[in-house]
Design a protein around this ligand. Structure first.
Ligand code: SF4
Length: 164
């Protein structure tokens, strides 16, 4: 199965601070989950994608949060710079890739203002998570793509088995 995966989860240094969110090398992730992750990588066709980099943002970059969640969306950095267009562009490119390659499922980084599928930070830069989706995750879901995060590897594995 074709799966879109957040590049940072694969260990690519695209995170805002110049690092990554590697699942395989994260000491906090259990060995059995790492094994499951590696099975998913080896048994499927993986498309690595970072919406923020694809939207034209540099790495490292100032962290950003969604400050307005209804259209027109507003995404700002901690310094007050408006980066909404970069986030929208990244989301559109993610969707375009899924349509072009007929990708129906994505594994995206939890809590990110682009990739978060369930929660994101609330826009106050106080480390406060709320029920809300990142702009890429939201656009993908609105277009019928099923989105999981790295805390839902078992659910993703089940999805793959039942949709083969
Ligand atoms: Fe990872 Fe998504 Fe943030 Fe890129 S935009 S660094 S893929 S969470």
């Amino acid at each position: 199965m074709k799966i879109l995966v957040s590049s940072c989860l694969l260990g690519e240094d695209v995170k805002y601070d110049g690092g990554n969110n590697s699942i395989a090398l994260n000491p906090k992730v259990s060995f059995s989950l790492k094994e499951l992750f590696m099975d998913i990588l080896c048994e499927n066709e993986i498309y690595s994608f970072c919406p923020e980099v694809s939207g034209g943002l540099k790495t490292p970059r100032t962290p950003a949060e969604i400050v307005k969640r209804d259209k027109p969306f507003i995404v700002q950095t901690q310094n007050g710079e408006d980066v909404t267009i970069n986030f929208l562009l990244g989301a559109k490119k993610a969707l375009d890739l899924c349509i072009e390659e007929d990708i129906k499922v994505a594994l995206l980084k939890a809590n990110s203002p682009s990739c978060g599928n369930i929660k994101t930070y609330d826009g106050t830069f106080t480390n406060t998570l709320i029920e809300s989706q990142g702009l890429s995750a939201k656009l993908l879901k609105e277009n019928g793509i099923t989105v999981f995060n790295e805390e839902e590897l078992k659910e993703l594995s089940k999805f793959i088995k039942t949709n083969k």
